[in-house]
Write a protein that binds this ligand. Structure first.
Ligand SMILES: *Cc1c(COP(=O)(O)O)cnc(C)c1O
Length: 361
């Protein structure tokens, strides 16, 4: 039986994505050739690119005036591409985690960076809310879901300057109003496809305003003008992304995902809050729908390794927490069925029965 995959990234994908992509790797569209060995400029792959972009636009309700491009380099390359293309003098960053911090660090190479707020002194357990965004900043950068620390910005923020968001780990997980953002980017390997492709949704009018020279490959306009085919795009991850988006559409779209994600997250957080052996690490109101971080209470701290071994016996995989938080992290992305979350909750209950030092009322 396949293990239940709670890994943070690369992470669980719809079985349909894995199967359909496998088929295309063996025989792409009945051509007898592999998806991996045909020209990206052939009409069959062009159709894949077109449909993937179309599904992005449809499922996220992307307004006119925005482009969708697929690039290499991961979300990490966007940490530098964003300031390269948008930072003339000053940019504002909200420092909510390791990735946000890395993005901000990179921007400093290009101009003045204002950190509007940070939760770093509290090990990023919450999302700061009380801060002022400088009105003269070229943009304001946020990380909507902090994959490592399990916090999430649950609303589309108001910003007096163009809003840029790293949505690597919560894209398509909740309904967003794209018109409130100037640029959204993310690596595919958390909620969409295997690693190797990065999506960028960008408001066209924002580009071409900085005075510096931008290397061709790092200029968003190059990729917009060439339909993400200036150079060879990562064809297999793009094909897989198309399959995931077909699956998502057939399952009711983003609104249906959001509803399901809230139910799954509530199921797990309720057990963490109820079970006397466990405690959540993130501030309750900022708890991520995607990455659920928890540890054992001080009383049971020495049982963490035992619990991890116990989950492995139960066929639950990838639950070890990131080293900067410790304990456990259950990543419950779109493709995680509610039954997977239930299996973890059952394991927590069973572990409590076997190991709790006393009866709790
Ligand atoms: C995983 C992750 C990244 C890094 O993505 P790469 O594609 O590996 O560069 C950046 N931001 C967030 C929020 C992530 O979860």
């Amino acid at each position: 039986m396949k293990k239940v995959n709670f890994s943070a990234g690369p992470s669980i994908l719809p079985q349909q994505t894995i199967e359909e992509t496998s088929k295309a790797i063996l025989d792409f569209n009945g051509s007898t050739l592999s998806l991996m060995e045909v020209s990206h400029r052939g009409k069959d792959f062009q159709a894949v690119m077109d449909e993937t972009i179309e599904l992005f636009k449809e499922l996220l309700n992307i307004p006119q005036g925005y482009s969708v491009v697929f690039l290499g380099g991961g979300a990490s390359l966007q940490f530098c591409m964003v300031p390269f293309n948008l930072l003339e003098k000053k940019a504002a960053y909200l420092n909510t985690g390791t990735w946000a911090n890395k993005a901000q660090k990179e921007a400093k190479l290009f101009g003045e960076v204002v950190e509007v707020a940070t939760s770093k002194p509290d090990n990023y357990t919450y999302i700061p809310k009380d801060y002022t965004i400088p009105a003269d900043a070229d943009y304001f950068h946020i990380t909507t879901n902090n994959t490592i620390f399990g916090t999430e910005i649950h609303t589309d923020l108001d910003s007096p300057v163009p809003l840029v968001a790293d949505m690597s780990s919560d894209i398509f997980a909740r309904v967003i109003d794209v018109s409130k953002y100037a640029l959204i980017y993310g690596g595919a390997q958390k909620n969409l496809a295997p690693a190797g492709v990065t999506f960028v949704i960008v408001k066209d009018e924002l580009l071409g305003k900085v005075s510096r020279q931008i290397p061709t490959m790092l200029d968003y306009r190059t990729h917009i003008e060439n339909g993400s085919m200036f150079n060879t795009p990562p064809v297999v991850p793009i094909y897989a992304a198309m399959q995931t988006l077909r699956w998502l559409k057939a399952n009711g779209g983003v609104a249906a995902m959001e509803k399901k994600n809230k139910e799954k997250a509530a199921l797990l957080y309720n057990e963490i809050d109820r079970n006397p052996m466990f405690v959540g690490t993130a501030n309750k109101e900022d708890r991520s729908l995607m990455n659920v971080c928890f540890v054992m209470t001080d009383e049971y701290k020495e049982k963490e390794a035992d619990f991890l071994a116990f989950t492995k016996e139960k066929n639950l995989d990838g639950l070890k927490g990131h080293r900067s938080v410790g304990g456990f992290r259950a990543s419950i992305y779109n493709a995680m069925p509610v039954e997977g979350v239930q299996a973890l909750v059952d394991a927590m209950k069973e572990f409590e029965k076997k190991n709790a030092k006393r009866q709790y009322i």
